[in-house]
Design a protein around this ligand. Structure first.
Ligand SMILES: CC(C)(COP(=O)(O)OP(=O)(O)OC[C@H]1O[C@@H](n2cnc3c(N)ncnc32)[C@H](O)[C@@H]1OP(=O)(O)O)[C@@H](O)C(=O)NCCC(=O)NCCS
Length: 146
């Protein structure tokens, strides 16, 4: 199966929203005007890239990446990854791995010294990130804002 990874463009918005509803099935649907406005804000954001993986003309997965300029580590930036999801019908076919490799390449080309993400608390998700070369080197902390 040939998989290509590219930056998402506006026409990908509906498929991105469908993937995000697989990731967070309990989320209410975003009104179209809100989604359009958020997409516009994302598009303008420097260092932001939503990657999509395509196979046979279908978008099968995505990973949202942002480069954070940084004053430590000799000024090398950090690449953060969020919202990683592969459509259930395309899982276990290498799509997620290609997305993570593309994220690391983005980080390399932006001069980042690390790629950082938080993993869901699922053993298989940890296996996935380890298979992609990530190590569980830190403990994640999160505080939700109501
Ligand atoms: C986690 C996820 C992104 C993996 O995507 P994927 O395209 O299925 O992963 P890949 O096919 O590229 O898998 C790469 C390697 O990861 C490991 N892996 C992936 N899924 C696995 C599973 N269900 N069980 C065990 N190992 C798994 C394997 O080592 C696999 O290599 P192999 O198939 O050669 O054995 C996908 O399962 C998903 O979208 N899950 C739901 C959303 C989610 O949990 N996202 C992460 C939030 S932090």
């Amino acid at each position: 199966m040939k998989i290509t990874v590219r930056s998402a463009v506006e026409v990908d918005l509906s498929v991105l929203l469908a993937l995000y509803s697989e990731l967070n099935p309990d989320d209410p649907q975003l009104p179209e005007t809100s989604a359009d406005a958020i997409w516009a804000a994302i598009s303008r954001q420097q260092g932001r890239t939503i990657l999509v993986a395509e196979t046979g003309g279908t978008v099968a997965g995505t990973a949202d990446c942002i480069v954070m300029p940084n004053l430590t580590r000799g000024g090398r930036a950090i690449l953060f990854v969020e919202n990683v999801v592969v459509a259930s019908s395309f899982q276990r076919r290498g799509v997620g791995r290609q997305l993570m490799e593309a994220a690391v390449r983005l980080g390399e080309s932006a001069g980042c010294y690390k790629v950082q993400l938080l993993a869901a608390d699922d053993a298989y998700v940890h296996t996935f990130y380890e298979a992609c070369g990530f190590k569980a080197l830190a403990e994640g902390f999160r505080r939700y804002i109501p």
